[in-house]
Design a protein around this ligand. Structure first.
Ligand code: SR1
Ligand code: MG
Length: 418
């Protein structure tokens, strides 16, 4: 732990933050009068909303352990440093997509940033049946821009390799993903849990050697392919929305990895929202929400594709697929872009399927399903989700289209697997 680190609490925050001009000037007034509320509902960190007469902001501080589990699971404070680095890169690669940073303190593992208001976590909105205008446009562009602009399709090699080296220091956080996402779902790991009644499907997945092989191949790629800087944890709890605006938050799992990973994880979380809807509403309201979610997924794919192809033409300045080799020779580079996208979508579909598994089988489940209190209702919905995840992992090299994703989702949504 860095010398001098001290976790904040609602009593100490005013005094400590009041001494920082970047904070005090934004909040105004006497720090003793600031309103302070700890609102962290994630698995890892402290998050405070701090309000003064001139405005409000967020103070996020890493704890030296996993909050979800307690101090029996230590976790390096350096994750705040990587989150800060990732936020600055995302802000440059997709301006306006992430909260503005007002102050960073490495020793205290603390980031002071813009308070997004009246935004709420997308997962909560989806559980409530609320829609967000422009969601797919934001997400498709965010994923395409961060994937493309963080890769050697765009970046100078020396700069990209230096960045890969920097992020290589982030060992403990990717290790969580390597275990919880890629490995633990496929055997009875210590911290796993799953819904009562789901055993037949869990057993089927854990005895599917071909599935385990594919999950480990995906892990091999995740651990060794440094194509671009990932958000690393782009689920619906890492997005904050109003009814018409979306921002991405919380990139402490940032690492260099396969270009399709973020998009796959994101689509998985939307699919879990799709499958869980019958636990939250019924009738036309439910089918309408499910149709809307599938529409968002399809549009994310279309927007991603269009934006990636646009960047391919306008910003392909890195060492990969250089114009000197294609356009300058009078050769069309579009087939090369097709090929890159095909591989990217195969990675995305694999990551998607694995994320659908881990959120029902491993340690950190998601509220979409967990908020369904009756296990007899929850288990069959989770079973549909798990079985679709399997199909996506095993068939991830089939061409990915919005129609194919929607067809697989609708087919599984009709099935009883238990
Ligand atoms: C122990 S951390 C569990 C999960 O929380 C984070 O949000 C990541 O998704 C991680 O896998
Ligand atoms: Mg998080």
């Amino acid at each position: 732990m860095k010398e001098g680190y001290e976790a904040l609490n609602e009593d100490t925050l005013r005094g400590r933050m009041g001494a920082i001009a970047a904070v005090a000037d934004r909040l105004g007034g006497d720090p003793a009068d600031w309103q302070v509320k700890e609102v962290g509902d994630g698995n890892l960190n402290l998050v405070f909303i701090v309000g003064g007469p001139a405005g409000s902001l967020i103070v996020k501080q890493a704890l030296p352990y996993v909050r979800l589990v307690g101090d029996s699971w230590p976790l390096p404070l350096y994750r705040a440093f990587y989150e800060y680095q990732a936020l600055t890169r995302q802000a440059a690669r997709d301006p306006g997509s992430v909260p503005a940073i007002h102050h960073f303190d490495e020793a205290q593992a603390l980031i002071v940033m813009e308070y997004l208001s009246p935004h709420v976590i997308l997962r909560q909105k989806l559980i409530r049946g609320e829609r967000v205008d422009g969601l797919a446009d934001f997400l498709g562009k965010f994923c395409a821009r961060t994937a493309f602009r963080g890769s050697e399709l765009s970046m100078a090699s020396a700069e990209k390799k230096a960045d890969v080296a920097l992020f290589c220091g982030n060992v403990a956080i990717p290790a969580i993903t390597e275990a919880l996402v890629f490995t633990d779902p496929y055997y009875a790991a210590d911290m796993n849990n799953h819904t009562e009644g789901l055993d037949p499907v869990v057993e089927k997945l854990r005895n599917d050697v071909a599935l385990k092989v594919e999950a480990q191949r995906m892990l091999q790629g995740f651990a060794s392919n440094t194509e671009t800087m990932l958000h690393g944890d782009l689920h619906t709890g890492s997005l904050m929305c109003t009814d018409a605006e979306t921002k991405a938050i919380d990139p402490e799992f940032a690492q260099y990895g396969p270009m399709g990973f973020d998009t796959g994880m994101l689509i998985a979380n939307l699919l879990m929202s799709f499958f869980s809807q019958p636990g939250h509403r019924s009738g036309a309201e439910m089918t309408g929400m499910q149709d809307w979610i599938l529409g968002v997924i399809g549009d994310i794919c279309r927007v991603f594709d269009a934006e990636f192809r646009h960047l391919w033409v306008t910003e392909r300045t890195g060492m990969l697929y250089p114009k000197a080799l294609f356009e300058d020779q009078g050769h069309d580079s579009a087939p090369a872009c097709d090929r890159v996208l095909r591989d990217l979508w195969a990675d995305a579909m694999g990551a998607c399927g694995i994320e659908m598994h881990r959120r029902c089988l491993s340690l950190a489940h998601n509220a979409d399903f967990e908020a369904i209190s009756d296990p007899a209702l929850r288990a069959p919905l989770e079973a549909r989700n798990l079985m679709m995840g399997r199909e996506l992992v095993l068939n991830r090299f089939d061409p990915t289209t919005p129609a194919r994703i929607a067809e697989i989702a609708r087919r599984h949504n009709e099935e009883d697997f238990l």
